[in-house]
Design a binder for this molecule. Structure first.
Ligand SMILES: Cc1cc2nc3c(=O)[nH]c(=O)nc-3n(C[C@H](O)[C@H](O)[C@H](O)COP(=O)(O)O)c2cc1C
Length: 307
């Protein structure tokens, strides 16, 4: 028998727990030739800001041992383009959409969120943790009070849409920030964003990235991400979208037993553009082989075994 993969993520009904990590899957449509988008739990869009952004100077990607460094700098066409052209197209294709939001001020977060909600997003993800932008981004998520203030402002304009807050592990303790955003109305948290890193060419005596520093992602950060999911789940029982180095269905299940309700694939999409659909197939296969009838049984299961 096929295992049950349906999950309820803070009221967002997903046919399976597999979603895309913001910024690593474009706006989804770019992948439609290789991935049946409607077969995924949801597509999380690249982060959107109020005005279009060109992003950081090149080079913006560098390969590292067991991962990747990026300094894209939130390049995007701005909220109007996404609301008018991209979101309606995804909805026509039957795709569940989590729209990722950023702003330079709290007011901008709320404006972008309200527009994306009106355009048909099924949920919002607040990017409070991008390490690659000068203003906005990181400092919002590294302080519990500021993170709560952004969440409160968005909660007021988001109607009954689930609002997830995406956090990193730099700055204040992630459990403190998660607790603060939950009190401010967040439905759940997305864990984790990239970690700061640097790659250098010693012969040219120059950092490789145009922005000098970047965000580290991929298998190198998986233990850190699992640690964050474990701790936030243990302390809060909040719904969690877990990510960081997921390359296989077994990786995804590690996040789920640590407390994630959904899992996002990021860097893995660059290695294998079909990774997301293969994760769904892999979950079916692994759960069936282990005799697990419903993936929900495994959410947080490692906590119950280690108490
Ligand atoms: C090229 C690239 C671009 C990214 N852009 C965004 C973004 O726009 N918004 C965001 O919240 N996270 C962004 N991220 C972070 C990912 O969504 C994810 O949190 C992180 O990469 C960890 O997952 P992974 O190891 O599976 O890639 C980006 C990551 C990469 C590699």
């Amino acid at each position: 028998m096929k295992p049950e993969l349906f999950v309820d993520l803070a009221g967002l009904r997903l046919k399976n727990p597999v979603v895309t990590a913001s910024g690593t899957f474009g706006f989804g449509i770019e992948y439609a030739r290789v991935v049946d988008l409607a077969a995924l739990g949801a597509v999380v869009l690249k982060t959107v800001t109020l005005k279009p952004r060109q992003g950081n100077p090149p080079p913006r990607l560098a390969e590292t041992p067991a991962g990747m460094l990026n300094s894209i700098g939130l390049e995007n066409p701005g909220v109007e383009a996404v609301a008018q052209d991209i979101l309606p197209e995804l909805k026509r294709r039957g795709v569940k959409v989590i729209a990722s939001v950023a702003g330079e001020t709290i007011g901008e977060y709320a404006t972008v969120a309200e527009r994306l909600a009106a355009a048909g997003a099924d949920a919002l993800e607040l990017n409070l943790s991008c390490p690659n932008v000068g203003r906005g981004g990181l400092h919002f998520g590294s302080d519990p009070e500021t993170a709560a203030a952004v969440t409160r402002a968005v909660r007021q304009v988001a109607g009954n849409l689930p609002v997830f807050v995406k956090l990193g592990v730099m700055g204040a303790d992630v459990v403190k920030v998660a607790t603060a955003v939950a009190a401010a109305g967040a439905s759940g948290v997305s864990l984790i964003n990239t970690l700061p890193g640097l790659a250098v060419d010693w012969r040219r005596c120059r950092p490789i990235l145009g922005n000098i520093t970047g965000g580290l992602s991929g298998p190198a950060i998986k233990p850190v991400a699992l640690w964050a999911v474990w701790r936030v789940y243990a302390a809060t029982r909040l719904p969690i979208i877990g990510m960081g180095g997921i390359m296989s269905a077994a990786d995804a299940l590690e996040f789920i037993v640590c407390g994630a309700t959904a899992v996002a694939a990021g860097t893995g999409n660059f290695v294998n553009p079909r990774l997301t659909v293969e994760l769904v197939e892999g979950l079916n296969r692994l759960l069936a082989a282990e005799g697990v009838v419903d993936v929900k049984e495994l959410i947080g299961a490692a906590h119950r075994r280690s108490g």
